[in-house]
Design a protein around this ligand. Structure first.
Ligand SMILES: [Mg+2]
Length: 343
């Protein structure tokens, strides 16, 4: 099979400010395997960058792994070398697209999934000054689930954002602290935020603070919103250490390395009685659509990462209908090249 990498520079209509920093554009690398397409979403705060993806695509062992009949996709996935998660994810997505195209079915159907079971997606509101923040919430008022990014630097500032969101919208709210709090801060603010009937609270603590997660779980009173681990969970090996401390995991293809690993993570989390959320990076509809094919298996979806991209080379795929996710019924992922190339 022929593999090709295509770096793309995605521009965003709205600056995206979270606890890790502010972005107005993001790098992605589209990977084509014959007629299949995948994407590596590059994130400034994770180590893998564009040259790492290109190196993985050009690796002799990657090329050799692709020298197999696509119908035996599991053999190909077994043969792919270890490598940066976004790069592996890109090739895995492209292979699944090609595999499902070859079998003439949408990917979710080959997995036996009912697209009507996909949960509504949250819509993310990143941090901003008060007037702009209120305006963004108002503009998103028609969406039923809003995810508020926290990590302003003070607990008062964080709670103020949630209070403003509550004042401006009737949506169900959830929050993502993006690793901004210490254990003491989290233990103080989470019971206060619980008063806003949050659907969940994502990543309160630093990525590697596994001990902190367990300490926090012991210190919180009963009845708190579920705590979902995002930065602390990359692949299935990270789940067991957080069992008993996090209530759920946030799976992203660019973190875990692809759709097969994502399905393993879902199975393990379910075995452990944990909730499952499906997220994405800021990325092309190619990546969001790939994740959306798994959405019927999860409790929470956060698949809005393509909505502010103004120059996505791909279209079709998952349709965002005010938070409701409609999966495509074309064979494969169901995405296709944008009819007009962006300037
Ligand atoms: Mg998150």
């Amino acid at each position: 099979m022929r593999i090709q990498a295509e770096p793309v520079f995605l521009r965003l209509s709205t600056p995206f400010r979270i606890a890790h920093g502010t972005s107005t554009e993001r790098n992605n690398v589209l990977v084509h395997v014959d007629s299949g397409v995948g994407v590596a979403a590059i994130t400034p705060y994770y180590p893998a960058q564009v040259p790492d993806v290109l190196a993985y695509v050009c690796d002799q062992r990657t090329q050799q792994a692709l020298d197999t009949d696509i119908r035996f996709i599991e053999d190909i996935l077994d043969a792919l070398p270890e490598g940066p998660a976004p790069a592996r994810a890109a090739i895995e997505i492209a292979l699944h697209d090609l595999w499902a195209q070859t079998l003439g079915q949408p990917l979710y159907r080959l997995w036996g999934l009912n697209p009507a079971r996909a949960p509504y997606s949250t819509f993310t509101i990143s941090m901003a000054e008060e007037n702009e923040f209120r305006q963004r919430v108002q503009e998103a008022a028609r969406y039923p689930l809003l995810k508020i990014k926290l990590g302003t630097g003070t607990l008062e500032g964080d709670e103020a954002l949630v209070r403003m969101a509550r004042e401006e919208s009737n949506a169900r709210l959830c929050v993502d602290a993006n690793a901004a709090w210490t254990v003491d801060q989290a233990a103080e603010i989470i019971p206060r935020l619980a008063a806003y009937d949050l659907m969940f609270i994502e990543q309160p603590l630093a990525r590697h603070d596994i001990t902190g997660w367990h300490t926090l779980a012991r210190r919180l009173p009963a009845g708190m919103p579920p705590l979902i681990a995002d930065e602390s969970i990359h692949d299935s090996r990270d789940i067991l250490p957080l069992h008993g401390a996090a209530d759920g995991i946030n799976i992203k293809l660019a973190k875990c390395g692809g759709l097969r690993e994502a399905r393993r993570m879902i199975a393990l989390a379910r075995t452990l009685g944990m909730k499952v959320m499906l997220g994405c990076m800021i990325e092309s509809t190619v990546g969001v659509t790939a994740a959306a094919h798994l959405a019927p298996l999860v409790d929470f979806a956060d698949l809005d990462g393509f909505l502010t991209v103004t120059n996505d080379p791909y279209e079709g795929g998952v349709i965002w209908d005010n938070g409701r996710l409609h999966l495509p019924d074309a064979p494969g992922l169901g995405v296709h090249r944008h009819s007009q190339e962006h300037a």
